[in-house]
Design a protein around this ligand. Structure first.
Ligand code: ADP
Ligand code: MG
Length: 699
């Protein structure tokens, strides 16, 4: 069958299948499933293993399992909210608790002592032992034999009103109409051969209907060759679409920003330091881009403290000198304020005005700021809300976004449109700064639409931070260490990292630590900042710390970004075992900014799990943000490296950047060949994998 024939087969509407009438069609459309091909590529999110019954004694927390047990005891609680607790027991003579928060009377009556249940759910560890919260269950007859499934059950992404069984039935019907392998395949044969890509058709059939003898462990972990084959194609498609978007943006026009007035030299002269070689190189890359008549899309990455802000300020000057405006956005108010101070410090003496426009600003102050922006004030600093709230610029030429890893590709593209100057047909240049070093493999994939510059050198005179991990049992020694350090004129951070849902609980934990430290350091002042303070009060505390009036600062993780106090040389992180590597590295980067040798103490609550142990070991071994990011990717996945929101936005069906990073080099090679030699196949791949999802997003 020819390419056209396969496309035709896949392009048939879902109503072509028997049993799909208008009602079901509407539900499928809600999921972005319009044609047969959409159904073929609607892949299971995960699998449930109902191929066996697990003895309660063999259950492990974190695992999903099927158990058969008899109800021994039932307890109804009302303390905070209605609750039904059902204890079941099996032949292994162990008890498992089932917990329900929503239940009706009939259910409560059905779950009576003596009832025999078949349950499926995720096992969790609770204070009372193992439990399942809201398991799926069915009441069995006293002597009824338990029929287990002979293969894994796929679980598909679905929508309200469309059950798994019904959806699986429709997909099965569509799969019966799968064309031959050669007709389905969009990657040219020679490339498949070079990269050892197996049959796409077999891969689809396996993933939708794993045969009984397939390796369960591989399938459950997403590492089965069939899943890897599909992950490859999905990553390839993402790569192609980012490259396409990038090409589309680059076809647009942007103002040429080439400085002329000598402000740049003035600023460089006024700095108390010389740029590092890495800063100079990146600055040159940025300036070259800005001088082009098409938009720059550049990511500047550099470890904490590598000096990205100066590079951003120089780029801003180039825009200002060319008569254009600059918008600088940061993800938090605190970080935006830090930028505001730096920019004003450097640029006000040069006669360049810097405006402040933040989300919390209200009323007349806000109106006035908006007017100045509309009138053409050269530089505006604010939070990410800046671009979203109807702020009008007179002539925006450059958008600088800090900490972009919390941003998605779509948002990046939206920025272009928001800042577009329609009369001239121009869009602004975009400079993205990120303090989270991104491993190369990941950058290639998640940021294929951006050019990447790396500041791979720290300013001279920084001493690497010595890091130790200390058990909470030796807390008193750590407090004593702070006392000694403060007596020597050093300053310390004490970070409380309680991961609680509520800001209030976090603040309370910080208050407790603050009281403890204040008591121990009776003759010194200890400050406290947390997310519940008003911005003004927060700033006052930070200023006092910066001025050296406070010897120690107890903080929740609000200090994670944007704090720059070179005299602070001791960092204590509580409950460090609960944090990811990226966050630990960011926090530690707050010290080691001056010439004094700095120390970081990672306090932990024993016993340490395997993962936590490995993370703390990495922190002790290296200060190199790139090595840490690589490790992070290995240990915890891209959620931690890119920020969870971003990974969510990547919205892969089957690929997982951390698990499948080894595929990326080949993905890139195949991608380049397709774009250059097979543009039509590239289009079809994008339509296949992203077409449906794009419709879904619109719905
Ligand atoms: P980051 O890359 O983490 O955003 P910053 O831009 O905040 O780093 O810079 C960290 C500190 O280093 C600031 O105090 C800044 O003034 C200083 N700095 C930047 N570049 C240099 C340099 N070339 N030499 C010495 N200090 C520098
Ligand atoms: Mg910074």
């Amino acid at each position: 069958m020819s390419l056209a024939a396969a496309t035709d087969a896949g392009a048939q509407p879902v109503t072509r299948l028997t049993g799909v009438g208008p009602a079901l069609e509407a539900l499928l459309h809600k999921l972005g499933l319009e044609c047969l091909q959409d159904l073929w590529f609607h892949l299971p999110l995960r699998y449930e293993d109902r191929t066996r019954v697990t003895a309660i004694a063999d259950l492990r927390a974190g695992q999903s399992a099927q158990v058969v047990g008899v109800v021994e005891a039932v307890e109804r609680g009302f303390r905070y909210r209605p609750q039904l607790k059902v204890a079941i027991c099996d032949d292994s003579r162990q008890t498992l608790q089932l917990r329900f928060f929503h239940f009706n009377r009939a259910q409560a009556e059905q779950l009576a002592p003596g009832a025999r249940l078949l349950c499926f759910g995720e096992v969790r560890q609770s204070a009372q032992g193992l439990e399942m919260v809201h398991p799926q269950y069915r009441r069995l007859g006293a002597a009824e034999a338990v029929a287990v499934e002979d293969r894994l059950s796929p679980i598909y992404p679905t929508t309200e009103g469309l059950g798994q069984k019904r959806l699986a039935g429709v997909i099965a019907k569509a799969l019966a109409l799968l064309p031959s392998d050669s007709a389905l395949e969009l990657i040219p044969r020679d490339l498949c051969a070079t990269h050892g890509l197996a049959s796409l058709r077999d891969a689809l059939l396996t993933v939708h209907r794993p045969p009984p003898d397939a390796r369960l462990d591989l399938l459950l972990g997403g590492r089965h060759p069939a899943q890897q084959r599909l992950a490859f194609e999905e990553l390839l498609t993402q790569h192609l679409s980012l490259k396409r978007m990038r090409a589309a943006v680059q076809k647009r026009k942007a103002p040429r920003l080439a400085e002329a007035g000598g402000l740049r030299e003035q600023m460089l002269e006024s700095l108390p330091f010389a740029l590092t070689a890495a800063q100079q190189r990146v600055d040159a890359e940025v300036r070259r881009d800005l001088a082009q008549a098409h938009p720059m899309l550049r990511l500047v990455q550099g470890d904490v403290g590598s000096g990205k802000t100066v590079v951003a300020a120089l780029a801003a000057l180039a825009a200002v000198e060319s008569g254009h405006q600059v918008a600088l956005m940061a993800p938090t108010e605190l970080l935006a304020e830090q930028h505001l101070r730096n920019f004003r410090h450097w640029l006000t003496p040069l006669g360049v005005e810097v405006e402040w426009l933040a989300g919390k600003q209200q009323g007349r102050a806000r109106d006035a700021a908006m007017r100045r922006v509309a009138d053409g004030v050269p530089i505006t600093v604010g939070t990410h809300a800046l671009m979203q709230e109807g702020v009008r610029f007179a002539r925006l030429g450059l958008v600088i976004v800090d900490e972009q890893h919390r941003f998605g590709v779509q948002q990046r593209l939206a920025l272009h449109d928001k800042g577009a100057d329609h009369a001239r047909g121009e869009v602004p240049h975009q400079l993205v700064l990120t303090a989270t070093p991104i491993p190369r493999t990941l950058a290639m994939s998640a940021y294929a639409d951006l050019d990447v510059s790396t500041i791979d050198e720290l300013p001279p005179g920084r001493t690497p931070v010595q890091t130790v991990a200390v058990s909470n049992a030796r807390r008193a020694e750590v407090v004593e260490r702070i006392r000694v350090a403060c007596a020597e004129g050093r300053q310390a951070y004490w970070v409380c990292t309680l991961i609680e849902e509520s800001e209030q609980l976090r603040a309370q934990a910080a208050e407790v630590a603050h009281a403890e430290l204040s008591a121990a350091l009776a003759d010194c002042r200890v400050g406290l900042v947390h997310g519940r303070l008003k911005p003004k009060d927060k700033q006052a505390v930070m200023d006092a710390f910066k001025a050296g009036e406070l010897v120690a600062l107890v903080a929740t993780t609000v200090i994670e970004v944007g704090v720059d106090v070179p005299n602070a040389s001791l960092m204590v992180i509580e409950n460090s075992e609960r944090l990811g590597l990226a966050q630990l590295h960011q926090l530690r980067g707050r010290v080691g900014r001056g010439a004094v040798a700095s120390n970081c103490v990672l306090l932990y609550q024993p016993p340490l799990g395997q993962l936590a142990r490995e993370r703390l070991a990495v922190m002790r071994e290296t200060n190199d943000g790139f090595r840490i990011a690589e490790k992070d990717l290995e240990l915890r996945g891209p959620g931690e490296v890119l920020g969870t929101r971003q990974t969510g936005q990547l919205g892969f069906r089957i690929a997982d950047l951390a698990r499948d990073a080894h595929l990326l080099p080949a993905v890139q090679q195949v991608g380049e060949r397709l774009l250059a030699e097979h543009p039509r196949e590239a289009d079809l791949l994008i339509a296949r994998w992203i077409g449906g999802a794009a419709r879904y997003a619109r719905a």
